[in-house]
Design a protein. Structure first.
Ligand code: ATP
Ligand code: MG
Length: 149
């Protein structure tokens, strides 16, 4: 019997973490953004609507603390409710970053979530993890084991 091992699927994680950012929530874009995520074949593993405190936003974005936009970003991300979610698909981190488009919506491809819903570089509609390792760290920041399905 020939044993077929898909090396690609072993190396790439199948989960990523996302947030729908405050402006997109405020503008009523939760439903349309979730529909795009659903239509792209992602399964929802965990999800909640919550508002980060300033301190929690600073902790989440600690990786950016030396960047000039850090203070503004943390003020923005704690300015209103967000949706946090863990989502699943093959090669999830890359597939999702493709779906959301470039950080700056001016550079985002047609049809991407940021092209459709972002209003500026900072208020760019959604967050997507940049690596399998950070996807796990970020998912665990928001969800305990009994909140993941
Ligand atoms: P995210 O981490 O939110 O998915 P990203 O990985 O595409 O976005 P990062 O470089 O991690 O981009 O930046 C985190 C967030 O900080 C961006 O999504 C954006 O909201 C904000 N940001 C990044 N660069 C700038 C900038 N030059 N000016 C203002 N805000 C910025
Ligand atoms: Mg990032």
């Amino acid at each position: 019997m020939l044993l077929y091992i898909n090396v690609y699927s072993i190396m790439r994680g199948n989960r990523t973490f996302t947030m729908i950012k405050p402006t997109a929530v405020k503008k009523g874009h939760i439903g349309p953004i979730l529909a795009i995520i659903n239509d792209a074949g992602f399964k929802i593993i965990a999800m909640k609507l919550l508002r980060l405190s300033k301190e929690q936003a600073q902790q989440f974005y600690a990786i950016h603390k030396e960047r000039p936009f850090y203070a503004d970003l943390c003020t923005f991300m704690s300015s209103g409710p967000i949706v946090a979610a863990i989502i699943e698909k093959d090669d999830a981190v890359n597939a999702y970053r493709e779906l959301i488009g470039a950080t700056n919506p001016a550079n985002a491809k047609e049809g991407t979530i940021r092209k459709l819903f972002a209003t500026s570089l900072q208020e760019n509609a959604v967050h997507g993890s940049d690596s399998d390792e950070n996807a796990v760290i970020e998912g665990n920041f928001f969800f305990s084991d009994i909140e993941k399905f």
